[in-house]
Design a protein around this ligand. Structure first.
Ligand code: CMC
Length: 427
């Protein structure tokens, strides 16, 4: 039986259809609301708004569940790698051997950048933020892609491979530029993560081949960040894509959105906070007290999430991986010790308990990135490489809808009512 929700406004009552998702979540379909009542739904930050139906990723924040195409994230973390996860997200199923080989070969074959990209990079100041270079250069890919106006058509597979592969090369080049190092060419004999680390850290006469545990840790970081349904950056990609902008432009916009310190930039913010505690600039008590006070705008970085009212499952996996890698390498990280203490104290703090604030993916992400050897200015860039398959999958899913409507929210105007224009000499 079709379920409906009833809305009464003044002397009118209307029924609105209720749509059920595959995991039993319910949504009221308000597409006819304004036409029937003159009302709009006001929901800043889209806290209660389902902007699309999607079959890519499922998050149950109450129970700390995350799955890609139905497969729980911990299973993927244990058995998969980033390239296979990209296929899964974009095409909707785990690839068979032949599909994976073909997909992997296409990604590998598209790693190199047009030589003229070097000149683009040389135009940036040496201290330009790698995220700014990444978004600019991903957008620039559209200039090199033949017939980009046909984006999303029969050449979609190639476009996706370009983005997955060249974003990694652009990311490495943006780091090399920020260090004043020469650019290192891609090595097709290496794995996706191994090649990225090679382009990042090799020197002309000194090739860097990452040990397997480092490659595995980077694969894990990328996989865990590969999609998270309608986060701010994915919503951005969908909004830009809804205007029928090409895949490159849409994903470049996603990178800009990810840059912010309460989204992808939070990994850096966590490390800065842990360092301030480690240096003795503030104690754990002072940090928690600061986070409890609303007025100062300070938040405990790496804690809280719009969806999770539980431990973010990615935080658990990243924490375990950090323990394992540090152990394997026989090194410690003083910031990890601070993070453990801070987490323990926060989880016992009544404010964090009442607000249901738990560690999110960013809390231990920076610790693991440090153990991998990733420089701090590259943390958000790595997140962007990881999120690329999610953006591509969402862009493709939206493109395949029979009638995509341009994203165009409404507003409640609260400004002045009609005013007469006053000539400047009378003001
Ligand atoms: N520290 C202290 N208080 C917090 C925190 C925090 N980290 N996060 C939320 N709160 C409080 C907030 O003040 C509010 O309190 P009250 O109801 O008393 O006014 C309540 O919890 C709900 O917060 P909200 O701002 O309505 O929650 P939101 O869903 O809009 O924001 C968030 C989610 C992730 C932006 C926020 O929790 C936050 O700023 N966290 C710190 C930054 C961070 O770690 N970001 C990474 C997010 S995960 C990865 C990603 O998406 O990129």
């Amino acid at each position: 039986m079709e379920r409906t929700a009833r809305l009464t406004f003044d002397d009118q009552t209307i029924e609105l259809p209720v749509i059920e998702g595959s995991e039993g979540e319910l949504g009221v379909d308000i597409t006819s609301l304004r036409a029937r009542t003159g009302l709009i739904a006001l929901d800043p930050g889209f806290v209660n708004t389902g902007a699309s139906q999607s079959s890519i990723t499922y998050v149950d924040g109450e129970n700390g569940v995350l799955s890609y195409r139905g497969i729980p994230i911990d299973q993927l973390a244990r058995h998969s790698n980033f390239v296979e996860t990209c296929f899964l997200l974009i095409y909707g199923h785990l690839p068979n051997k032949q599909e994976l080989d073909r997909f992997g070969a296409r990604v590998t074959a598209n790693a190199a950048l047009h030589e003229s990209f070097k000149h683009h990079f040389e135009g940036f100041p040496v201290d330009a933020p790698p995220m700014a270079m990444l978004s600019a250069m991903v957008n620039t890919l559209a200039c090199f892609y033949p017939r980009v106006e046909l984006s999303g058509g029969e050449k979609f597979d190639e476009e996706a491979a370009w983005l997955l592969s060249k974003t990694r090369t652009i990311a490495a080049y943006s780091y090399r530029r920020s260090m004043g190092y020469p650019f290192i060419y891609t090595d097709p004999r290496l794995s996706y993560a191994g090649d990225f680390l090679h382009m990042l850290f090799s020197q002309p006469l000194e090739e860097y081949i990452a040990p397997p545990e480092i490659v595995d840790a980077l694969n894990l970081i990328l996989m865990l960040h590969a999609d998270h349904e309608l986060g701010c950056s994915t919503t951005t990609v969908r909004i830009v894509g809804s205007s029928q902008a090409n895949l490159f432009a849409s994903c470049a916009a996603g990178i800009c959105s990810l840059w912010g310190p309460v989204h992808g930039g939070a990994t850096i913010a966590v490390i800065e906070m842990l360092e301030a505690i480690e240096r003795g600039e503030m104690t754990i008590d002072q940090t928690l007290a600061l986070a409890r006070k609303k007025q100062n705008g300070f938040r405990l970085k790496g804690f809280g999430h719009r969806l999770y009212k539980q431990f973010d499952p990615r935080a658990r996996i990243l924490k375990e991986a950090a323990v394992k890698l540090l152990d394997r390498r026989g090194v410690g990280d003083p910031l990890f010790d601070v993070a453990l203490q801070l987490e323990e104290r926060a989880l016992k703090d009544p404010y964090f308990i009442d607000h249901r604030l738990f560690p999110n993916a960013d809390f231990y992400n920076g610790i693991l990135m440090r153990a991998v050897g990733i420089p701090r200015n590259m943390f958000t860039v790595i997140f962007a490489i990881g999120r690329m398959p999610g953006w591509i999958a969402h862009w493709r899913e939206q493109k395949a809808e029979p009638a995509v409507r341009i994203a165009r929210p409404r507003q409640l105007y609260t400004g002045l009512q009609e005013m007469a224009y006053v000539p400047i000499e009378e003001r």
